[in-house]
Design a protein around this ligand. Structure first.
Ligand code: FES
Length: 163
């Protein structure tokens, strides 16, 4: 494993340790950090996380493989997960899903973005909703989706795109 990755992981875990009283509570935030930062949670990363947290690798692995948003392979730079459960669906999320896919006909853009349908994100009251790299966007419509994608393309911070 790349020393820089190991260093960043160790630094992150070091910062987290002061916030949580139990090591097991560090697993999810560390996995999320690895996914966001390195674009994947592969076996090497799981081994390192296991070593740094002193938690058996099998426990880290079972958590990582339970959640769809942790991927073994490098994922796209921007991972869009659009909710197509009932509330979002009734408010047009399937149309938004198709709309986003149509925007990604350009190869270069396609390589940077992935779009998947996911189940309820717990934001039914502000449906339709989607996540981009784990950041929640609500009350979506075509215009808001355009603003999000343009913001991503121009390199804005994800959590500042819609203000
Ligand atoms: S149905 Fe989409 S957030 Fe709940």
């Amino acid at each position: 494993m790349d020393d820089k990755i190991r260093e960043e992981l160790l630094k992150y875990i070091g910062e987290l340790k002061s916030l949580y009283s139990e090591r097991s509570m560090l697993v999810m935030p560390t996995l999320r950090f690895a996914q966001e930062k390195f674009g994947r949670v592969d076996d090497n990363l799981i081994e390192e996380i296991s070593r740094f947290l002193d938690i058996p690798a099998i426990k880290i692995l079972s958590t990582a493989r339970f959640y769809h948003f942790f991927t073994e392979e490098d994922s796209a730079k921007y991972r869009i997960e659009i909710c197509t459960s009932i509330s979002c669906s009734l408010l047009g999320s399937e149309h938004l899903y198709d709309y986003i896919n149509r925007k990604f006909v350009d190869e270069e853009i396609k390589n940077n973005f992935s779009v998947t349908r996911v189940g309820c994100l717990g934001s039914c009251g502000t449906a339709p909703a989607m996540l981009v790299n784990g950041v929640l966007f609500e009350n979506l419509n075509f215009e808001r989706v355009d603003r999000v994608i343009e913001g991503l393309k121009s390199g804005k911070d994800i959590d500042k795109i819609l203000g």
